[in-house]
Write a protein of this length. Structure first.
Length: 358
């Protein structure tokens, strides 16, 4: 593909404004967002690649290069999968420092969407009165937008796990809500999972077209997506393959806890615990002489509220029928504030280190 770097769809609008040239787009974005202007300046340059930053949730944030041709392919795939063609109204409420926010811009530019931009905060719909065909959020933004979420017809949610409690809250909304699976290297999602308005909620992801998946010897997902990556992508995500286009996500390989020879997946345990814990939390393993690693629960809670809560929580956990005896945390720790990445993902290891250093 001979990429035409300085092209944009004639129907593209940004905050209600139409444009006749790239210079007009750049001049306008410079007037209200240095971050968007800087990215689009790079996008419309003659370079055939752009530099994007990983989120740093599983390691240090790092810059990687993506072919613009592949970015466009990703935008087109999303448009086709969700039937979002020209004149789609869309809301950008994610930071454009990272891939998810960048792709909302590129989808709009490539497909001819009418895109509005709001501050990427925890309450994105607080001042929104319009209705939109499409948007993308992180779980916290969805949680804080339930009352007004019907203003969005189709919503994709990424950047973190949608808890069972949040899933319950969205079952009666008109918005079609989808969880996404992807990463910076796959130029956002390569698979989606519908979360509401279906008779039986499947616990598996459906891949987008032109994506092939299989498992490696660690039972981790391997992605072959030639439209968005020149190389096979070996992930650290442990999965169960349902079919050659469907998979269930079990958790991160680097988070697996080996407790007395039993392999525990923290993310699946957290899914069960989310039925009874309303605060943010995670489970992890710490060194133990007998078990090698023991399962512990870390809860985000102000010190003033801990009194009596620990024993109450311990009893509630023991009564949770979905937990096996191996999945019951041996200890519970509390911390006032989790350490996070810039995209609000919990930094588990750093938070644990903070507790250990107290």
């Amino acid at each position: 593909m001979n990429l035409e770097q300085n092209k944009f769809h004639k129907d593209f609008k940004l905050n209600g404004f139409s444009f006749t040239s790239v210079d007009e787009i750049l001049m306008y974005t410079k007037s209200f967002s240095d971050e968007i202007y800087s990215f689009l300046e790079s996008w419309f340059s003659v370079d055939d690649r752009i530099t994007v930053q990983t989120s740093g949730s599983t390691g240090r944030p790092k810059p990687i290069l993506l072919k613009k041709e592949f970015v466009i392919n990703s935008a087109i795939a999303t448009g086709n999968y969700f039937d979002l063609q020209k004149n789609t109204t869309a809301l950008l409420c994610l930071p454009t420092a990272y891939i998810a926010g960048k792709l909302m811009l590129i989808r709009a530019i490539t497909l001819g969407w009418h895109l509005d931009v709001v501050a990427p905060n925890s309450y994105p719909l607080e001042k929104v009165d319009k209705e939109y065909d499409f948007s993308a959020m992180v779980p916290l933004q969805l949680e804080n937008s339930i009352a007004k979420i019907s203003k969005i017809k189709k919503l994709i949610v990424g950047g973190g796990v949608v808890s069972k409690e949040l899933e319950r809250k969205i079952q009666n909304v008109s918005t079609a809500v989808f969880a996404t699976y992807g990463m910076t290297e796959t130029i956002t999602h390569i698979a989606v999972k519908k979360l509401n308005n279906i008779d039986l909620i499947p616990d598996f992801y459906q891949t987008l077209p032109n994506v092939t998946i299989y498992k490696d010897e660690r039972n981790c997902l391997v992605i072959d997506a030639p439209k968005v990556s020149e190389e096979l992508i070996f992930t650290n995500d442990v999965v169960q393959l349902i079919s050659d286009t469907q998979f269930e996500w079990l958790g991160r390989f680097d988070n697996v806890i080996n407790s007395g020879g039993i392999k525990l997946h923290p993310e699946k345990i957290e899914e069960k615990l989310s039925e009874i814990i309303i605060n943010r939390f995670f489970v992890t393993g710490i060194a133990d002489e007998k078990l090698g690693e023991k399962l512990v629960l870390i809860v985000e809670l102000e010190n003033s509220k801990i009194f009596n809560y620990q024993s109450f929580l311990s009893e509630e956990i023991k009564k949770t029928a979905s937990l096996s005896k191996f999945e019951i945390p041996k200890e519970i720790y509390f911390i006032a504030n989790f350490l996070e990445t810039e995209t609000k993902k919990i930094q588990r290891k750093k938070t644990l280190d903070l507790i250990a250093g107290r």
